[in-house]
Design a binder for this molecule. Sequence first.
Ligand code: GLY
Length: 369
Amino acid sequence: MEQILEVKYQKKPAYDIVFAQDFEQLPEKLESFQLQNKKIAIFTDSNVGRLHAESLSQILSKLSKQVCIFTFPAGEHNKTLETVKEAYKFLIEHHFDRNDLLVAYGGGVVGDLCGYTAATYLRGVSFIQIPTTLLSQVDSSIGGKTGVDFEGYKNMVGAFYMPKLVYMNLSLLETLPDREFHSGMAEVLKYGFIKDVNFFEWLLSNLYEIHEKDPDVLTEMIVSCCKIKKQVVEKDPLEKGERALLNFGHTLGHAIEKFKNFELLHGECVALGIVCAAHISMQKNYISSDEFYEIRDMLVPFDLPISITELDITEIIKLSKSDKKMEEGKIKFILLKKIGSAFIDETVTENEMQLALEEINYSYEDDKE
Ligand code: GLY
Protein backbone atom coordinates (compact mmCIF):
# COMPACT_ATOMS: atom_id res chain seq x y z
CA MET A 1 0.00 0.00 0.00
CA GLU A 2 1.39 3.35 -1.04
CA GLN A 3 1.69 6.00 1.67
CA ILE A 4 2.56 9.67 1.39
CA LEU A 5 3.93 12.30 3.76
CA GLU A 6 3.89 15.94 2.74
CA VAL A 7 6.91 17.97 3.88
CA LYS A 8 6.61 21.74 4.32
CA TYR A 9 9.52 24.13 3.86
CA GLN A 10 9.20 27.51 5.54
CA LYS A 11 5.58 26.64 6.29
CA LYS A 12 4.63 26.00 2.66
CA PRO A 13 4.03 22.55 1.12
CA ALA A 14 7.34 21.69 -0.56
CA TYR A 15 7.51 18.02 -1.51
CA ASP A 16 5.98 14.63 -0.93
CA ILE A 17 7.70 11.55 0.42
CA VAL A 18 6.14 8.56 -1.30
CA PHE A 19 6.57 5.09 0.22
CA ALA A 20 5.94 2.38 -2.37
CA GLN A 21 7.03 -1.18 -3.13
CA ASP A 22 7.72 -0.53 -6.84
CA PHE A 23 7.86 2.28 -9.40
CA GLU A 24 4.26 2.00 -10.54
CA GLN A 25 3.20 5.31 -9.01
CA LEU A 26 6.26 7.25 -10.16
CA PRO A 27 4.86 8.44 -13.54
CA GLU A 28 1.75 9.78 -11.83
CA LYS A 29 3.81 11.54 -9.17
CA LEU A 30 5.85 13.20 -11.91
CA GLU A 31 2.83 14.30 -13.96
CA SER A 32 2.88 17.86 -12.64
CA PHE A 33 6.57 18.16 -13.66
CA GLN A 34 5.50 18.25 -17.35
CA LEU A 35 8.52 16.33 -18.45
CA GLN A 36 7.54 15.85 -22.13
CA ASN A 37 9.79 18.73 -23.20
CA LYS A 38 12.45 18.29 -20.57
CA LYS A 39 15.57 16.20 -20.20
CA ILE A 40 16.33 13.99 -17.22
CA ALA A 41 19.77 13.04 -15.88
CA ILE A 42 19.80 10.07 -13.55
CA PHE A 43 22.70 10.41 -11.09
CA THR A 44 23.81 7.08 -9.71
CA ASP A 45 26.89 5.20 -8.54
CA SER A 46 28.59 2.13 -9.95
CA ASN A 47 26.78 -0.25 -7.53
CA VAL A 48 23.20 0.93 -7.92
CA GLY A 49 23.72 1.85 -11.56
CA ARG A 50 24.83 -1.64 -12.50
CA LEU A 51 21.76 -3.24 -10.91
CA HIS A 52 18.95 -0.77 -11.37
CA ALA A 53 19.64 2.30 -13.53
CA GLU A 54 18.56 0.86 -16.86
CA SER A 55 15.09 -0.13 -15.65
CA LEU A 56 14.52 3.30 -14.09
CA SER A 57 15.73 4.92 -17.30
CA GLN A 58 13.12 2.94 -19.27
CA ILE A 59 10.32 4.13 -16.99
CA LEU A 60 11.46 7.76 -17.22
CA SER A 61 12.00 7.58 -21.00
CA LYS A 62 8.25 7.25 -21.43
CA LEU A 63 7.79 10.62 -19.73
CA SER A 64 10.64 12.74 -21.01
CA LYS A 65 12.23 13.69 -24.33
CA GLN A 66 15.68 12.45 -23.27
CA VAL A 67 17.05 10.46 -20.35
CA CYS A 68 20.77 10.07 -19.70
CA ILE A 69 22.67 8.43 -16.87
CA PHE A 70 25.61 9.97 -15.01
CA THR A 71 27.40 7.18 -13.13
CA PHE A 72 30.34 7.72 -10.79
CA PRO A 73 32.36 5.20 -8.76
CA ALA A 74 30.62 4.18 -5.52
CA GLY A 75 31.94 5.26 -2.14
CA GLU A 76 32.29 8.25 0.14
CA HIS A 77 35.78 8.85 -1.35
CA ASN A 78 34.05 10.13 -4.46
CA LYS A 79 31.74 12.59 -2.75
CA THR A 80 34.03 15.41 -3.81
CA LEU A 81 34.14 18.58 -5.86
CA GLU A 82 36.09 16.62 -8.51
CA THR A 83 33.02 14.40 -9.09
CA VAL A 84 30.76 17.47 -9.09
CA LYS A 85 33.04 18.93 -11.78
CA GLU A 86 32.54 15.76 -13.85
CA ALA A 87 28.80 16.12 -13.34
CA TYR A 88 28.82 19.75 -14.53
CA LYS A 89 30.76 18.68 -17.64
CA PHE A 90 28.25 15.90 -18.29
CA LEU A 91 25.30 18.27 -17.98
CA ILE A 92 26.91 20.90 -20.20
CA GLU A 93 27.81 18.31 -22.86
CA HIS A 94 24.21 17.04 -22.80
CA HIS A 95 22.90 20.63 -23.06
CA PHE A 96 20.98 20.61 -19.81
CA ASP A 97 19.18 23.87 -19.10
CA ARG A 98 17.33 25.25 -16.10
CA ASN A 99 14.07 23.48 -16.93
CA ASP A 100 15.58 20.02 -16.89
CA LEU A 101 15.50 17.55 -14.02
CA LEU A 102 18.15 15.66 -12.06
CA VAL A 103 17.28 12.40 -10.33
CA ALA A 104 19.39 11.15 -7.39
CA TYR A 105 19.17 7.39 -7.60
CA GLY A 106 21.27 5.74 -4.88
CA GLY A 107 22.29 6.13 -1.27
CA GLY A 108 23.40 9.13 0.75
CA VAL A 109 26.50 9.86 -1.33
CA VAL A 110 24.51 10.01 -4.55
CA GLY A 111 21.76 12.11 -2.95
CA ASP A 112 24.18 14.62 -1.44
CA LEU A 113 26.24 14.94 -4.61
CA CYS A 114 23.31 15.13 -7.01
CA GLY A 115 21.55 17.60 -4.72
CA TYR A 116 24.60 19.84 -4.56
CA THR A 117 25.01 19.69 -8.32
CA ALA A 118 21.32 20.60 -8.69
CA ALA A 119 21.70 23.48 -6.23
CA THR A 120 24.62 25.02 -8.11
CA TYR A 121 24.33 24.09 -11.81
CA LEU A 122 22.98 27.17 -13.60
CA ARG A 123 22.21 28.57 -10.13
CA GLY A 124 19.72 25.81 -9.48
CA VAL A 125 17.83 23.12 -11.36
CA SER A 126 15.10 20.85 -9.99
CA PHE A 127 15.95 17.46 -8.56
CA ILE A 128 14.18 14.54 -7.00
CA GLN A 129 15.45 11.88 -4.64
CA ILE A 130 14.97 8.14 -5.20
CA PRO A 131 16.89 6.79 -2.20
CA THR A 132 17.88 3.14 -2.41
CA THR A 133 19.61 2.52 0.93
CA LEU A 134 18.05 2.36 4.38
CA LEU A 135 20.26 5.23 5.53
CA SER A 136 19.19 7.54 2.71
CA GLN A 137 15.54 6.55 3.05
CA VAL A 138 15.32 7.32 6.76
CA ASP A 139 17.61 10.34 6.83
CA SER A 140 19.67 11.91 4.09
CA SER A 141 17.06 12.14 1.32
CA ILE A 142 14.80 14.30 3.49
CA GLY A 143 15.34 17.87 4.57
CA GLY A 144 17.41 19.31 1.73
CA LYS A 145 20.96 18.95 3.06
CA THR A 146 23.21 18.60 0.03
CA GLY A 147 26.97 18.75 -0.26
CA VAL A 148 30.33 17.10 -0.63
CA ASP A 149 33.35 16.33 1.52
CA PHE A 150 36.37 18.58 1.15
CA GLU A 151 39.93 17.35 1.79
CA GLY A 152 38.40 14.50 3.79
CA TYR A 153 36.30 16.79 5.99
CA LYS A 154 32.70 15.57 5.93
CA ASN A 155 30.09 17.69 4.17
CA MET A 156 32.21 20.82 4.42
CA VAL A 157 30.86 22.33 1.19
CA GLY A 158 27.15 22.28 0.58
CA ALA A 159 23.78 23.97 0.41
CA PHE A 160 20.29 23.56 1.78
CA TYR A 161 18.33 22.78 -1.37
CA MET A 162 15.00 20.99 -1.33
CA PRO A 163 14.13 18.09 -3.63
CA LYS A 164 10.83 18.31 -5.51
CA LEU A 165 9.89 14.74 -4.59
CA VAL A 166 11.26 11.85 -2.54
CA TYR A 167 10.11 8.54 -3.95
CA MET A 168 11.06 5.35 -2.11
CA ASN A 169 10.75 1.99 -3.77
CA LEU A 170 11.26 -0.03 -0.60
CA SER A 171 11.59 -3.32 -2.48
CA LEU A 172 15.09 -2.14 -3.48
CA LEU A 173 16.19 -2.91 0.08
CA GLU A 174 16.12 -6.58 -0.92
CA THR A 175 19.33 -6.10 -2.93
CA LEU A 176 21.02 -3.89 -0.33
CA PRO A 177 24.11 -5.59 1.17
CA ASP A 178 23.60 -6.51 4.84
CA ARG A 179 26.44 -4.28 5.98
CA GLU A 180 24.75 -1.26 4.36
CA PHE A 181 21.43 -2.24 5.91
CA HIS A 182 22.96 -2.39 9.37
CA SER A 183 24.70 0.93 8.80
CA GLY A 184 21.27 2.46 8.11
CA MET A 185 19.99 0.99 11.38
CA ALA A 186 22.31 3.36 13.28
CA GLU A 187 20.28 6.32 11.99
CA VAL A 188 17.02 4.45 12.71
CA LEU A 189 18.06 3.81 16.32
CA LYS A 190 19.17 7.44 16.58
CA TYR A 191 15.54 8.60 16.22
CA GLY A 192 14.51 6.42 19.15
CA PHE A 193 17.38 7.68 21.29
CA ILE A 194 16.86 11.38 20.62
CA LYS A 195 13.11 11.72 20.20
CA ASP A 196 10.87 8.79 20.85
CA VAL A 197 11.16 6.18 23.57
CA ASN A 198 8.02 4.40 22.26
CA PHE A 199 9.70 3.98 18.88
CA PHE A 200 12.81 2.67 20.67
CA GLU A 201 10.65 0.08 22.43
CA TRP A 202 8.88 -0.78 19.17
CA LEU A 203 12.31 -1.43 17.61
CA LEU A 204 13.19 -3.74 20.50
CA SER A 205 10.01 -5.72 20.12
CA ASN A 206 10.43 -6.01 16.34
CA LEU A 207 14.09 -6.95 16.36
CA TYR A 208 13.54 -10.32 14.71
CA GLU A 209 11.25 -8.98 11.95
CA ILE A 210 13.69 -6.15 11.21
CA HIS A 211 16.52 -8.65 10.95
CA GLU A 212 14.46 -10.78 8.61
CA LYS A 213 13.58 -7.64 6.58
CA ASP A 214 9.86 -8.26 6.93
CA PRO A 215 8.46 -5.79 4.35
CA ASP A 216 5.52 -4.57 6.47
CA VAL A 217 7.68 -4.02 9.53
CA LEU A 218 10.38 -2.27 7.49
CA THR A 219 7.80 0.01 5.91
CA GLU A 220 6.37 0.90 9.32
CA MET A 221 9.88 1.53 10.64
CA ILE A 222 10.91 3.73 7.72
CA VAL A 223 7.65 5.72 7.78
CA SER A 224 8.08 6.29 11.54
CA CYS A 225 11.62 7.62 11.01
CA CYS A 226 10.48 9.90 8.20
CA LYS A 227 7.66 11.26 10.36
CA ILE A 228 10.18 12.22 13.05
CA LYS A 229 12.57 13.71 10.50
CA LYS A 230 9.74 15.65 8.81
CA GLN A 231 8.67 17.11 12.15
CA VAL A 232 12.22 18.25 12.96
CA VAL A 233 13.13 19.72 9.56
CA GLU A 234 9.79 21.52 9.22
CA LYS A 235 10.40 23.29 12.53
CA ASP A 236 14.06 24.04 11.90
CA PRO A 237 14.90 23.63 8.19
CA LEU A 238 18.25 25.44 8.28
CA GLU A 239 19.57 23.92 11.53
CA LYS A 240 19.42 26.99 13.70
CA GLY A 241 18.43 24.87 16.69
CA GLU A 242 16.54 21.61 17.09
CA ARG A 243 17.67 20.04 13.81
CA ALA A 244 21.14 19.70 15.34
CA LEU A 245 19.69 16.92 17.54
CA LEU A 246 19.76 14.73 14.43
CA ASN A 247 23.55 14.92 14.69
CA PHE A 248 23.52 12.70 17.79
CA GLY A 249 26.57 10.44 17.51
CA HIS A 250 27.90 12.40 14.56
CA THR A 251 30.48 14.68 16.21
CA LEU A 252 32.94 11.96 17.17
CA GLY A 253 31.41 9.68 14.49
CA HIS A 254 32.52 12.02 11.70
CA ALA A 255 35.98 12.34 13.25
CA ILE A 256 36.35 8.54 13.38
CA GLU A 257 35.10 8.31 9.79
CA LYS A 258 37.80 10.70 8.63
CA PHE A 259 40.47 9.15 10.87
CA LYS A 260 39.75 5.69 9.41
CA ASN A 261 39.92 7.20 5.95
CA PHE A 262 36.29 6.26 5.14
CA GLU A 263 37.00 2.53 5.47
CA LEU A 264 34.04 2.21 7.84
CA LEU A 265 30.51 3.00 6.71
CA HIS A 266 28.85 6.20 7.91
CA GLY A 267 26.35 4.35 10.11
CA GLU A 268 29.11 2.28 11.69
CA CYS A 269 30.92 5.47 12.71
CA VAL A 270 27.65 6.98 13.94
CA ALA A 271 27.15 3.87 16.10
CA LEU A 272 30.58 4.41 17.68
CA GLY A 273 29.78 8.11 18.05
CA ILE A 274 26.49 7.20 19.75
CA VAL A 275 28.35 5.07 22.31
CA CYS A 276 30.69 8.01 22.98
CA ALA A 277 27.86 10.56 23.27
CA ALA A 278 25.95 8.24 25.61
CA HIS A 279 29.13 7.74 27.66
CA ILE A 280 29.60 11.50 27.99
CA SER A 281 25.90 11.80 28.98
CA MET A 282 26.66 9.25 31.71
CA GLN A 283 29.84 11.04 32.81
CA LYS A 284 27.80 14.21 33.24
CA ASN A 285 25.17 12.27 35.25
CA TYR A 286 22.41 12.96 32.74
CA ILE A 287 21.81 9.23 32.27
CA SER A 288 22.53 6.29 34.56
CA SER A 289 25.09 3.58 33.83
CA ASP A 290 22.17 1.15 33.23
CA GLU A 291 20.85 3.48 30.52
CA PHE A 292 24.32 3.80 29.01
CA TYR A 293 24.66 0.02 28.71
CA GLU A 294 21.11 -0.28 27.38
CA ILE A 295 21.92 2.23 24.62
CA ARG A 296 25.26 0.65 23.81
CA ASP A 297 23.95 -2.91 23.81
CA MET A 298 21.03 -2.03 21.54
CA LEU A 299 23.53 -1.50 18.71
CA VAL A 300 24.88 -5.05 18.95
CA PRO A 301 21.89 -7.03 17.60
CA PHE A 302 21.98 -4.82 14.52
CA ASP A 303 25.61 -5.80 13.90
CA LEU A 304 26.83 -2.30 14.59
CA PRO A 305 30.25 -1.82 16.18
CA ILE A 306 30.53 -0.65 19.78
CA SER A 307 34.32 -0.82 19.86
CA ILE A 308 37.21 -0.25 17.52
CA THR A 309 40.95 -0.70 17.69
CA GLU A 310 43.85 1.59 16.99
CA LEU A 311 42.22 4.93 17.52
CA ASP A 312 44.59 7.84 17.98
CA ILE A 313 42.47 9.59 20.56
CA THR A 314 44.37 12.89 20.44
CA GLU A 315 43.98 12.98 16.68
CA ILE A 316 40.25 12.15 16.84
CA ILE A 317 39.68 15.00 19.32
CA LYS A 318 41.64 17.33 17.03
CA LEU A 319 39.57 16.22 14.04
CA SER A 320 36.30 16.71 15.90
CA LYS A 321 37.28 20.34 16.43
CA SER A 322 37.44 20.93 12.70
CA ASP A 323 33.99 19.43 12.17
CA LYS A 324 31.40 21.96 11.12
CA LYS A 325 29.43 21.44 14.32
CA MET A 326 31.69 24.00 15.97
CA GLU A 327 30.08 27.30 16.87
CA GLU A 328 32.09 30.23 18.23
CA GLY A 329 34.94 27.88 19.07
CA LYS A 330 32.75 25.42 21.01
CA ILE A 331 31.75 21.95 19.91
CA LYS A 332 27.98 21.51 19.77
CA PHE A 333 27.55 18.09 21.31
CA ILE A 334 24.25 16.25 21.35
CA LEU A 335 23.70 14.47 24.65
CA LEU A 336 20.85 12.52 26.21
CA LYS A 337 18.76 13.33 29.30
CA LYS A 338 17.17 9.94 28.93
CA ILE A 339 16.28 7.58 26.10
CA GLY A 340 13.96 9.58 23.84
CA SER A 341 15.19 13.01 24.92
CA ALA A 342 18.28 14.76 23.55
CA PHE A 343 19.63 18.26 23.94
CA ILE A 344 22.52 20.43 22.74
CA ASP A 345 25.43 20.78 25.16
CA GLU A 346 28.39 23.09 24.61
CA THR A 347 30.25 22.22 27.79
CA VAL A 348 31.83 18.91 26.82
CA THR A 349 35.50 18.92 27.76
CA GLU A 350 38.43 17.24 26.03
CA ASN A 351 38.83 15.01 29.05
CA GLU A 352 35.22 13.79 28.74
CA MET A 353 35.79 13.07 25.05
CA GLN A 354 39.01 11.27 25.91
CA LEU A 355 37.27 9.00 28.46
CA ALA A 356 34.46 8.25 26.00
CA LEU A 357 36.92 7.37 23.23
CA GLU A 358 38.90 5.17 25.63
CA GLU A 359 35.62 3.34 26.34
CA ILE A 360 35.30 2.29 22.67
CA ASN A 361 39.00 1.83 21.89
CA TYR A 362 39.44 -1.90 22.47
CA SER A 363 39.16 -5.13 20.59
CA TYR A 364 36.06 -7.23 21.24
CA GLU A 365 38.28 -10.28 20.78
CA ASP A 366 40.49 -9.12 23.73
CA ASP A 367 37.34 -8.96 25.81
CA LYS A 368 36.54 -12.58 25.18
CA GLU A 369 39.92 -13.86 26.37
N1 GLY B 1 21.22 14.10 8.73
C1 GLY B 1 20.93 15.13 9.62
C2 GLY B 1 20.08 16.21 9.06
O1 GLY B 1 19.50 16.04 7.99
O2 GLY B 1 19.98 17.24 9.63
